[in-house]
Design a protein around this ligand. Structure first.
Ligand code: NDP
Ligand SMILES: O=C1O[C@H](COP(=O)(O)O)[C@@H](O)[C@H](O)[C@H]1O
Length: 515
């Protein structure tokens, strides 16, 4: 059936939401709490149902109890839950099913039709695959064979990352899914695109007269994107040791953030127009031509034993389910260039790592310095202006400008104009998963990644991975709890820049005046 797009309205149309992987970690920590927040905020219409699907047996009551506990533990509105629980819980059902079992899908179809009749749901079905990626193809196929796609309304497939391991595997996966779902029915999650401040990048850029005209290589010296995490690999050692930081964070979240910073203004604010502009940025990324270039532009490293000040932290190779001789990177930093007229010559520095001292996601846009030989520049070493976009966990904006030191004749010092959004909105800022589930249910693709974006990002990343596979470029070490290897600093120093301190970094060590 043709899609009826209504993403201008707040309410989702009536639909059944299927959570495949309903007994898993993602469902517990993110998906159930997100659905409750949408319900609590009146964004879900009353005619909705949720069917949790996984193999292990659960009675309806046990499953509802799981949902309750998950919202109690992770939900934004946990304190309101008891008053609304009975009304909310009756929308939830469970189906024990192995995704390879076609008969199970036929039973699921009956269960779905009963719920659709009960809530007068017009046959709209949203399938959220919170499953290992190896299962995506089979689920899609069995949904079709089991008659789950024959309803009267739309069908949408929401898929978690990772979408493949490299371009080849991603293309194969895409082909499998495309045998069942059309591109416009597929919603590939990159949860960073659901974050408030990542979505705000567009507004900051295109709704402000003092940023838009300066957003190019004439005025911007470099851009720095940092995604630092304090956690190690926790229970995900098996997955992570296979993936590493480049695939886990680089191919998706970091490149997606870069596209938001670098894209041209779309001609219309429609999903395809925005995604067209984003994919053009990915296509303009200068590929590394050789392993030497990779070694010159990309630093990889792994954490060794260390400490976070109060606790000893194990080395990566000592983590659960990690190969004790692993050469997987837990950190990488890279210098990228977007080869188009707007960005020619402007380096984009990106870095991410586990077991760094601070959990933070920030974008720093460093503007070019004022000319040194005129007016104030003659007497002072003026600092560059910075625009800092704080994404996570603090949300806000920070602009660094030069101003006269109060009381002095002519001393100039850098001062900050700091807008702390999270100080105002606090924990009530919607979670990324709330926005994304809401958008998918309304048929809005804007903040989901289209296949050509995914493919182009993989083809860029694959060259780095290939070079590392061929053992080109050393694997550096950094102690857990530190800011990563010195080589990541050298990457910027070669160009006359340095990493600006991120939020939460020890202020004593902040060097605003480093030249
Ligand atoms: N957890 C997180 O924070 C994040 C997860 N992701 C992605 O989300 C997906 C799910 O992750 P996560 O929840 O952590 O994984 P878990 O291992 O915790 O959960 C996997 C789920 O899949 C179900 N399952 C496994 N095999 C089958 C099968 N043959 N038939 C039916 N159900 C099956 C399991 O239930 P049962 O054993 O009962 O069958 C379980 O509910 C993965 O792709 C992951 O990469 C992405 C970003 C963050
Ligand atoms: O996708 C992933 O993201 C998380 C970090 O997400 P955040 O929203 O907490 O910043 C990361 O820990 C994980 O390894 C990766 O798979």
């Amino acid at each position: 059936m043709a899609e009826n797009l209504n993403f201008d309205t707040l309410n989702t149309p009536g639909a059944v939401f299927f959570i495949f992987g309903a007994t898993g970690d993602l469902a517990k920590r993110k998906l159930f709490p997100a659905i409750y927040s949408l319900y609590r905020e009146g964004k879900l219409s009353e005619d909705f149902a949720v069917i949790g699907v996984a193999r292990r047996p659960r009675t309806q009551d046990e499953f509802r109890q799981d949902v309750y506990s998950s919202i109690q533990e992770f939900g934004r509105y946990r304190s309101d839950l008891n008053a609304e629980w009975d009304a909310f819980a009756q929308h939830f059902e469970y189906k024990s099913l192995d995704i390879n079992d076609i008969d199970g899908f036929r039973e699921l179809r009956e269960q779905t039709e009963q719920l659709e009749a009960k809530y007068e749901i017009p046959g709209n079905r949203l399938f959220y695959l919170a499953l290992a990626p190896e299962l995506f193809g089979s689920v899609s196929f069995n949904l079709m064979k089991g008659g789950m796609l024959d309803g009267a309304g739309w069908n949408r497939l929401v898929i978690e990352k990772p979408f493949g391991y490299d371009l080849e595997s991603a293309a194969k996966l895409n082909e499998e899914i495309n045998q069942v779902f059309k591109e416009e029915e597929i919603y590939r999650i990159d949860h960073y695109l659901g974050k408030e401040m990542v979505q705000n990048i567009e507004v900051i850029r295109f709704a402000n007269a003092f940023f838009e005209p300066l957003w190019n290589n004439k005025h911007i010296a470099n851009v720095q994107i940092t995604l630092s995490e304090t956690v190690g690999v926790e229970e995900r050692g098996g997955y992570y040791d296979h993936a590493g930081a480049l695939r886990d964070m680089g191919q998706n979240h970091m490149l997606q953030m870069l596209t938001m910073i670098a894209m041209e203004p779309p001609s219309r604010l429609l999903p395809e127009d925005i995604r067209d502009e984003k994919v053009k940025v990915l296509r303009s990324l200068r590929p590394y031509a050789s392993s030497e270039e990779v070694a010159d532009h990309v630093v990889r490293a792994q954490y060794t034993k260390g400490s976070n000040g109060s606790k000893e932290l194990p080395a990566y190779r000592e983590e659960d389910k990690v190969n004790p001789e692993s050469n997987t990177e837990t950190y990488f930093a890279a210098r990228l260039f977007v080869d188009n007229f707007r960005w020619a010559g402007v380096p984009f520095y990106i870095r991410t790592g586990k077991r760094l001292p601070v959990k933070t996601t920030e974008v720093v846009v460093e503007f070019k310095r004022m000319p040194g030989n005129v007016y104030l520049g003659q007497k002072h070493s003026l600092e560059p202006n910075l625009l800092v976009i704080r994404v996570n966990p603090m949300e806000g904006l920070y602009v660094k400008i030069n101003a006269k030191k109060p009381g002095s004749e002519s001393e100039i010092e850098p001062v900050a104009m700091d807008f702390c959004q999270s100080c105002l909105v606090g924990i009530n800022s919607p979670e990324a998963y709330e926005r994304l589930i809401h958008d998918a249910a309304r048929g809005d693709h804007t903040y989901f990644t289209r296949w050509d974006e995914v493919a182009t990002a993989w083809s860029f990343v694959d060259k780095i991975a290939q070079s590392w596979r061929d053992n080109q470029g050393p694997l550096e070490n950094y102690p857990a709890g530190s800011w990563g290897p010195q080589q990541a600093d050298a990457l910027l120093e070669k160009d006359g820049f340095h990493w600006w301190p991120v939020n939460g970094q020890d202020e004593d060590k902040v060097i605003w005046t480093k030249s």
